[in-house]
Design a protein around this ligand. Structure first.
Ligand SMILES: O=C(CO)[C@H](O)[C@H](O)COP(=O)(O)O
Length: 278
């Protein structure tokens, strides 16, 4: 009989396989500036990079998205720099990061680990953003079907009650301030000194359907909801990564060019806008 340990090991292995494949496909030895996201899958991304020859990685500089990835980069002996040191006009060559859920249009929910603001800054500073995840993150029914904890929203603490009011008005079925880790009383405080509100909505549509009215009965497209959430006073950033991908715009893309999923059978599937999930 399969145990909980077996299931956890399977998920960990699927993250590892996706990470090694993504790095093999998207880290050219000629690259110089690499973004490193946050979360448990990114641990395997850094392991994959560290397994390359130092003659390749020593010419590269790695940019973190928070305290966890900063430590990962340092512990791996890779060169660390911060995104504020990347000169204007220079883009990262690639950014690797995880996700909490990925829909059919490569929209993402991110921020399960409370790092979404820096993650969005670093991902959108890259020429190409590559998402790495396990099979549980594939969303066929729209964002919110697999990740049921809600859309993470980073907010200024003093604005949190007003943000909760606005979320209710937009049709959130539930919204609450995220608690700190066990052993930490009070709210979860981000690397930026802000709070996270998690807002549960009905599953988000990847695209608007004909004649559809965005927000009616609390049903939103990803783009429609994201455009509303980001405008709420006191919201610093939202955990919806949406809009154009790096294949459609030259800079500032939030959506990945590809999402790599480690599958339960040991294979890796790759999702792109052109080919879908194959
Ligand atoms: O957005 C994130 C952190 O804020 C992570 O990328 C996301 O939560 C996925 O994490 P994991 O790889 O541990 O499943």
């Amino acid at each position: 009989m399969a145990t909980a340990n077996d299931a956890a090991a399977l998920i960990e292995e699927s993250k590892r396989l996706a990470a090694f494949q993504a790095v093999a496909d998207h880290l050219s030895p000629s690259y110089r500036h690499i973004g490193i996201g946050s979360g448990s899958t990114v641990v395997h991304v850094v392991a994959a990079i560290s397994s390359l020859s130092p003659s390749i990685t020593s010419a590269m500089t790695f940019y973190p998205t928070g305290a966890q990835s900063e430590a990962l980069i340092e512990d791996a002996g890779l060169r660390l720099a911060y995104i504020n040191k990347l000169p204007p006009g220079v883009q990262l060559d690639v950014c690797f990061d995880g996700a909490d859920e990925v829909d059919s249009a490569l929209n993402l929910i991110k921020g399960g680990g409370a790092c979404l603001w820096q993650e969005k800054i670093v991902a959108s500073a890259a020429k190409k953003f590559v998402c790495v995840a396990d099979f549980r993150k594939i969303s066929e029914g729209g964002l919110g079907t697999e990740w049921k904890k809600g859309v993470p929203i980073e907010v200024l603490p003093m604005a949190a009650p007003r943000v909760l009011d606005e979320l209710k008005r937009l049709g959130a079925q539930g919204a609450k301030i995220r608690s700190g880790l066990p052993g930490k009383a009070g709210a979860c405080v981000t690397d930026n000194g802000l709070w996270i509100v998690d807002a549960v909505f009905k599953p988000l549509l990847a695209k608007a359907e004909e004649g559809y009215e965005d927000g009616k009965d609390g049903v939103w497209t990803v783009d429609g909801l994201a455009d509303k959430l980001i405008k709420i006073p006191g919201v610093a950033e939202i955990g919806l990564f949406y809009g154009k991908s790096g294949l459609e715009v030259e800079s500032g893309a939030q959506k990945p060019v590809a999402a790599y999923f480690g599958m339960a059978d040991g294979s890796v599937k790759v999702q792109t806008l052109e080919k879908g999930l194959v």
